[in-house]
Design a protein around this ligand. Structure first.
Ligand code: RAT
Ligand code: ZN
Length: 411
């Protein structure tokens, strides 16, 4: 009998299999290239990613927010490069990500400025670059975040365009559900006669809006980000009422899941704009009650607080209609990804989606997946090594099957 592979050999085997697997990325903020300037890419977008905006103010507390926002994007990127990559070692995960991307593209990383990188990007075309990034990152498909109420995005969908089949539609609900009755006015502007109050007419209008736009986007699921205070039942909360009386029924009828990303505190520091959100611990009881009361609705759930990660695993053990996904945003750091991924394998076997990228800039696919692949492979190999100690050694086919189940999830 051949000797059981060592943990190190297992890690190499899993890593190679994972590198070969074209991944389906369950949540991004990327757009079909036909949506033109909405798809962000290139060095200046990468470096002004909101994670790095937050970090530059750590390095330069004297810097005035208004002064930063008044700068041109290229000047903002130059400033961030100087502060976080030249004057200091770029050890944070967001900084490391930039270096991973540059390195993968063959760009020098220990440079004093961004001239060479800008020259490289000036030579790319959007379509060609999308192909290169998908190839380097080995991505099969990405789910977008589509908001029909976004003044730039909505009209383009109404006009119609030739879709790139690699970019899948997702109906994002925040702009219609959060901050009610703002959503009522937005619904009316799109021709759906909603009242400001939560009347029968409002729920009807909302359901029509959801159905029409799921259709138009060919939406594979609907999604919303929710604050830690989100509670169910709560008859006084328009968010809870709209979710339970309009969103869930439509999801049920259409047979598509609802993704709830729970735990974000929006704009605790408004001066930081997109970088100004924080997090809070959420109520797992709410998730359990929803899963119990809506057994025929499939919930894709990710939670932002580390403290909720274990509770979410246990809730998913109790309710087959809960699918935990990704290490979201502030949890998307190696130390926490390792911890959460181990916990999920141990409690849920293979029945979860270990990661999504949350990319806002196309090129980020390269680093987010390179870093995540390494961590997932490490943890899965550890688990296989434990099985090996009990005489159960995975075959190459087992490994490929398991990885496919984990990372090509189709809702
Ligand atoms: O991860 C992010 O970039 C956040 O800004 C949010 O977009 C979050 O992921 C969300 O989808 O609300
Ligand atoms: Zn997101």
């Amino acid at each position: 009998m051949p000797a059981a592979p060592t943990p190190r050999q297992l890690e190499t085997t899993v890593r190679k299999a994972l590198d070969r697997l074209p991944i389906v990325d369950l949540h991004t903020h990327l757009f079909d290239p036909a949506l033109d300037s909405m798809l962000l890419w290139g060095i200046d977008e990468l470096i002004t990613y909101h994670y790095l905006v937050a970090e530059v103010f750590r390095a330069r507390p004297d810097l005035d927010y208004g002064t930063y926002w008044a700068m041109k994007k290229t000047d903002q990127a130059d400033l961030i490069w100087q502060e976080l990559f030249v004057k200091r070692s770029p050890v944070s995960e967001a900084c490391r990500g930039i270096l991973t991307v540059m390195h993968a593209l063959g760009l020098e990383t220990r440079v004093k400025d961004l001239k060479a990188a800008r020259k490289y990007f000036a030579r790319q075309t959007v379509r060609g670059y999308v192909d290169s990034v998908f190839k380097i990152a080995n991505i099969d498909k990405v789910y977008m975040t589509n908001d029909p109420m976004d003044p730039q995005e909505g009209p383009q969908w109404l006009k119609g365009f030739d879709r790139d089949p690699r970019f899948l539609g997702v109906l994002r609900l925040d702009s219609v559900v959060m901050g009610w009755p703002d959503g009522a006015a937005r619904l009316r502007a799109l021709g759906y006669e909603a009242d400001d109050g939560l009347t029968g007419r409002t729920f009807d209008a909302m359901r029509r809006y959801l159905n029409d736009w799921c259709e138009r986007l060919a939406a594979r699921y609907m999604a919303i980000s929710l604050p830690p205070t989100f509670a169910y039942p709560d008859v006084h909360s328009p968010v809870t009422e709209l979710m339970t009386k309009a969103v869930f029924p439509v999801a049920r009828e259409r047979g598509i899941p609802v993704a709830m990303m729970i735990g974000v505190k929006k704009l605790v520091n408004p001066a930081l704009r997109l970088a100004g959100d924080s997090l809070g611990r959420s109520d797992i009881d709410t998730v359990e009650r929803l899963a119990n009361d809506f057994p025929d609705v499939r919930f894709l759930i990710t939670m932002l607080a580390r403290e909720n990660a274990h509770e979410l695993c246990i809730a998913a053990r109790k309710f087959k209609n809960i699918q935990p996904f990704g290490c979201w945003w502030f949890l998307n750091n190696p130390s926490l990804i390792l911890e959460i991924t181990r916990m999920r394998f141990e409690t849920l076997g293979l029945s979860f989606v270990p990661q999504h990228s949350d990319c806002r800039v196309l090129d980020q696919l390269i680093y987010k997946w390179q870093h995540s692949r390494a961590l997932i492979a490490k943890v899965l190999a550890e688990k296989y090594a434990d099985l090996g100690a009990a005489g159960w050694v995975p075959t190459a086919r087992d490994i490929e099957r398991d990885l496919r189940q984990l990372l090509t999830y189709a809702p």
